[in-house]
Design a protein around this ligand. Structure first.
Ligand code: 3HC
Length: 289
């Protein structure tokens, strides 16, 4: 059984860990503390049992997947991993520290991948121990459900690294889009300006939250409206991405919507904090404007 290490046990890291375990990989899951990784494993267990209750998977499959996940308190065991996936906070300084620590245990033929949603891969690779074995591996939320993974080689990434990473992504039952290392890659380059534009529209009083979202749900056949989706992704993450698009291109079309910045400053980050454009504290989300 191949071993995959996942760094970051938040929404994305947990989804990557769950999916990898469901597809037969042994998973080492790390966060800032082992307690956080253990908490994430418990949540994954609950999610898998929900799938059992809905007859999607058997109890045995759920239990086997849970058993394949080992929360760890440090990176020592990562020496056994053929792939280390970083899915930490979208901050380059934090990621750089993680890559430096991971380099100490990275096996000679192992790959180091980042699930960054927008930070340039070439730049992060240059600070890693072996840029040939560094790559972008971008999952979509919720990871167990979404069928896409973007694979993003940096300038120095070796073709063998690209081939092995693509094979891993496909082994999880996902489709792969290969993207050049351009800001936002393919999907976020298109999605995040749309979400930002929806916040501009809200801030300018074009329509209410409910109507902006209904407009896109019914008018475009999107499963979620843009404000609902921004809340789902996390408004801080959306702002981080739009800022990266803005700073790396210098193009004013990517300037963040002032209302998005205000919400983040207020700590209204979306579903994860119980409030974003919607209030999530009751049984159903309620628009706040
Ligand atoms: N594990 C496995 N399966 C799960 C799951 C989990 N943790 N959570 C949900 N599912 C499955 C359910 O079993 C269900 O399966 P079924 O259709 O076979 O019955 C299916 O997913 C749908 O779940 P629900 O019925 O609970 O919920 P909805 O039908 O309301 O769908 C949604 C929820 C899938 C989130 C849908 O609203 C959606 O697709 N929204 C858009 C998501 C999106 O755009 N994501 C991309 C964000 S961008 C991104 O991630 C990039 C980043 O860099 C910003």
């Amino acid at each position: 059984m191949q071993t995959v290490a996942v760094i970051g046990a938040g929404q994305m890291g947990s989804g990557i860990a769950q999916t990898s375990a469901q597809f037969g990989y042994r998973v080492l899951l790390a966060d800032v503390t082992v307690e956080l990784a253990e908490k994430a494993k418990a949540k994954i267990g609950k999610d898998l049992h929900k799938l059992v209750a809905r007859d999607k998977i058997s109890v045995a499959e759920a239990e086997a997947s849970i058993a394949r996940i080992t929360p760890v308190g440090d990176y020592a065991a990562f020496a056994e991993a053929s792939l280390i996936i970083e899915a930490a906070t979208e901050r380059e300084d934090i990621k750089a520290k993680i890559f430096a620590e991971a380099a100490k245990v990275l096996a000679p033929d192992a790959i180091l991948a980042s699930n960054t949603s927008s930070i340039p891969i070439t730049r992060m690779a240059a600070g890693s121990s072996d840029p040939k074995r560094f790559i972008g591996l971008h999952f979509f939320n919720p990871v167990p459900v979404m069928k896409l993974i973007e694979v993003i080689p940096g300038l120095a990434t070796a073709p063998e690294t690209v081939a092995r990473t693509r094979a891993f992504a496909e082994s999880l039952g996902k489709q792969v889009v290969l993207s050049e290392d351009e800001p936002g890659f393919v999907v976020n380059r298109i999605l995040v300006p749309m979400l930002n534009e929806a916040v501009f529209a809200l801030g300018q009083g074009t329509a209410s939250i409910a109507d902006i979202d209904m407009g896109c749900r019914l008018g475009l056949n999107h499963p979620m409206g843009p404000l609902e989706l921004a809340d789902f992704i996390g408004l801080d993450t959306c702002l981080d991405i739009v800022r990266v698009l803005h700073s790396t291109t210098g193009d004013s079309k990517y300037r963040p919507a002032p209302l998005l910045m205000k919400y983040v400053e207020a700590g209204w980050l979306g579903r994860k904090t119980g409030r974003g454009f919607y209030d999530y504290t009751g049984d159903v989300p309620v628009p706040t404007r």
